[in-house]
Ligand binder design. Structure first.
Ligand code: FCX
Length: 440
């Protein structure tokens, strides 16, 4: 069986030739126009990014290399065996995102092994993380840890020694495998530094990436391992325009190595309109519960509606709802709901999430601003973690950060393998726009 490195060594020249042919044959053709609204409106829908690992449809949601989430659940190998014996593993998804091919169980397992081998964290990084104040947000701690690991970047070392540009992708792949392997370790250290005594649970070479991450965090239940697999799979990639993926790609285009590029992506993920929304959702639900308990009222459709309007009238967003591109319920929300129906149908917070779903789309529609009144991925993830006793919700975005590395860096691999150039779109001033529209 070929390793991931051997498989990619065969594939890279094929994909390079395909891109050369695409440019030669179709390079001059038009795929979109840009309006003034789009230019001053965050670039929505402008087709100007190249992203191979996944594609988002506004109505249907995300597809990874052409496969929807339910299709991944039917086709990708699981921890126990072939597809269908539980949730797919993130290692299997990574194989698919990198190679454009569904892996066999043996191929996915070889990647598990490869990552396990690389997972050790140097002592200077452990000491650095332990020196950080517990009050520093876990996302900031994660970025500090990843930046400190950059000392060992194989790409940066190869570049400094004058390696030929045709070889960049090999050293990039080395770094990417190292970052994927070490991120859960870093994340577990951040967790322990923030909430426990600084020590982490032990890992086990017979387990997969997700179960080992769960053990490091202190969780031993196979059902929680399944949740971790689902979580790491569905948060991994959402095409290229979202802020964390785009930032990683942009910074990588300067030939910053994968440590530097993904640290930048994590900083984007840490914003409340992006990944931080998952902690905001939990906070919103707990505030709602607390308020109505204090007032002696039940949490039901009426009180949730009242709370939603209070949020909107105080000039805040309802976290976990709306999306820049999606225009329907996020399939990542649906897959988490299905998990909850299977494993925790009677959970109190899960029921509240269900009731929120029954009323908030109508509230947002009546409010009349948001283009998409439906829930996104962040509106469900917190209650699943909470159910298993994972209540440190300021930490939730770190889990998102471990997952998003899988997609964003799979694309960085192809960026270097395909020789993608420095990203540098054109900006214009308001004066330029006025002159342009008046003269056309
Ligand atoms: N609650 C209240 N108002 C909302 C809203 C929400 N959930 N979603 C959108 N709006 C508002 C916007 O704030 C904007 O108001 P403005 O005109 O006063 O600036 C208006 O509706 C139009 O926004 P819209 O075009 O629909 O959405 P955007 O593309 O500008 O923004 C996000 C998309 C996701 C940022 C927006 O829906 C939001 O703030 N949602 C809540 C935060 C959240 O859940 N983020 C996570 C998103 C995602 F899943 C992820 O990255 O993790």
């Amino acid at each position: 069986m070929a390793s991931i490195q051997e498989t990619l060594t065969e594939l890279v020249p094929v994909k390079q030739a395909e891109l050369v042919a695409l440019k030669k044959e179709h390079g001059h053709k038009v795929i979109g126009d840009v309006t003034v609204d789009q230019c001053i409106g965050g670039g929505r829908d402008i087709k100007s990014l190249f992203w191979e690992t996944s594609l988002l449809d506004a109505q249907e949601g995300i597809r990874f290399r052409g496969y929807s989430i339910p299709e991944l659940q039917q086709k990708l190998p699981t921890f126990k065996g072939p597809a269908g014996q539980g949730e797919p593993t993130p290692e299997a998804l990574v194989w698919l995102m990198l190679t454009d091919t569904i892996p066999t169980k043996a191929e996915a397992d070889s990647l598990t092994h490869e990552l396990y081998k690389r997972s050790e964290i140097p002592q200077h990084v452990v000491a650095l993380l332990k020196s950080l104040p517990k009050s520093l947000h876990p996302m900031s701690q994660l970025v500090v840890g990843l930046m400190a690991l950059q000392k060992d970047s194989k790409f940066a070392a190869a570049y400094a020694s004058g390696v030929h540009k045709k070889e960049y992708w090999k050293h990039t792949l080395e770094d990417i495998l190292d970052v994927w392997a070490k991120l859960p370790e870093l994340a577990a250290l951040v967790f322990s530094n923030t909430y426990k005594d600084g020590s982490v649970g032990s890992k086990d070479p017979s387990l997969d990436y997700s179960a080992n991450f769960a053990r490091r965090l202190g969780y031993n239940k196979p059902e929680f391992d399944e949740l971790m697999r689902l979580y790491l799979v569905i948060h991994s990639d959402h095409e290229g325009g979202n802020a964390s993926a785009h930032t990683t790609h942009l910074v990588g285009s300067t030939l910053s190595d994968p440590y530097l590029s993904y640290s930048a992506g994590l900083n984007a993920l840490a914003g409340p309109l992006h990944g931080l929304a998952n902690q905001e959702v939990l906070g919103w639900i707990l505030d709602l519960q607390k308020k109505f308990k204090a007032e002696g009222k039940p949490v039901n459709k009426e009180t949730i509606t009242q709370f939603a309007w209070e949020t909107l009238k105080s000039g805040k967003v309802i976290p976990g709802y709306g999306h820049a591109v999606l225009r329907k319920t996020d399939p990542r929300y649906t897959s988490q709901r299905e998990f909850a129906l299977k494993y925790l149908p009677d959970d109190e917070l899960f029921k509240i999430v269900g009731t929120i779903y029954e009323v908030v789309p109508d509230v947002l529609t009546e409010h009349g601003k948001t283009k998409n009144p439906y829930p996104n991925v962040d509106s469900h993830s917190g209650v699943l973690l909470w159910h298993y006793g994972f209540k440190e919700f300021n930490y939730y975005t770190v889990l998102f950060g471990v997952s998003r590395a899988l997609g964003a860096l799979s694309q960085v691999f192809w960026d270097r393998a395909l020789g993608m150039p420095l990203e540098r779109p054109k900006s214009v001033t308001s004066k330029w726009i006025l002159e342009h529209v008046n003269n056309s």
